[in-house]
Design a protein around this ligand. Structure first.
Ligand code: NAD
Length: 258
């Protein structure tokens, strides 16, 4: 179904676990060349990489702490040097970054959460644009930027997660601006917005909190990373979504119908 993804060069930030790793596996299964990224050294993810390579996948790992703009630039340079260009960028790196109510927020906390979720995607996209433009010109198809948003962007986030939610709303919105700036360059921008997905993101929650959250989801359970991954494939595939840009796909089991 996504056969045009074969041999596409796909960079997925924050892909050593959870949603990003499931997306990396899904792209690799389609025959894409996949760059994985995390902030930890390659030795910390060697088992994950060995598992992917054992399946015959063409993957490479690029360590970069994307809270730093220079690391975003170095990531793009390293990926392009390895694979020769970029067809698809998935801005998935992100996270809660801690919980703090408004009266406990200080500059360091604000900077950390915004750097993790907003600056990381902004700067990685900035440095990827020339390569995405070149890839679209060469292929005659569109290139794609897909960012991982959040249900929190739409409903404000849980207790202490206001800046996280706002950072994801920021991401949802800046995509709308990028559509205006780069559609003439044949680059599409779309968001995958997960609901509550069972990853390390929720590891701080006791079972009763998980049960309470699950009861707010129409499907009655958390989602799985593997259930989010196919939406990235759809939005990356020119054949499937070449006329779709500036949109948000909510993958949330009916937790919210925006
Ligand atoms: P996760 O913690 O399993 O994955 C986070 C990934 O980001 C990891 O691969 C980690 O290595 C990477 N990462 C963290 N800090 C980084 C940094 N400074 N530089 C580079 N990489 C970094 O959690 P997840 O749930 O898979 O989260 C993936 C994305 O999905 C995040 O953007 C998150 O905000 C978003 N999201 C998750 C949920 C959920 O319920 N799990 C809901 C909505 C949105």
């Amino acid at each position: 179904m996504f056969s045009d993804l074969k041999n596409k060069r796909v960079l997925i930030t924050g892909s050593t676990a959870g949603v990003g790793l499931a997306a990396a596996q899904a792209f690799a299964r389609q025959g894409a060349k996949v760059g994985l990224n995390g902030s930890r050294p390659e030795s910390a993810v060697s088992a994950t990489l060995a598992g992917l390579r054992a399946e015959g996948f063409d993957v490479a790992y690029f360590q970069a702490d994307l809270t730093q703009s220079t690391a975003c630039q170095q990531l793009i340079e390293a990926f392009v040097s390895h694979f020769g260009g970029i067809d698809v960028l998935v801005n998935n790196a992100g996270g809660l970054g801690g919980r703090n109510g408004l009266e406990n927020i200080d500059d360091d906390f604000y900077d950390h959460v915004m750097n993790l979720n907003a600056r990381s995607a902004l700067m990685t996209t900035k440095f990827a644009i020339p390569h995405l433009r070149a890839a679209a010109n060469k292929s005659g198809a569109t290139s794609a930027v897909i960012s991982t948003g959040s249900i929190a962007a739409r409903e404000g986030g849980g207790p202490g997660a206001g800046i996280y939610a706002a950072s994801k709303a920021w991401l949802h919105d800046i995509h709308r601006n990028w559509v205006k700036e780069f559609t003439a360059d044949h680059i599409r921008f779309n968001i995958v917005s997960p609901g509550t997905i069972d990853t390390a993101f929720h590891e701080d929650k006791p079972q009763e909190v998980r049960d309470r959250i699950a009861s707010t989801i129409a499907m009655g359970r958390f989602g799985r990373s593997e259930e989010v991954a196919p939406s990235f494939l759809f939005l990356a595939s020119h054949a499937c979504s070449g006329y779709i840009t500036g949109q948000i796909i909510d993958v949330n089991g009916g937790q919210m119908a925006p």
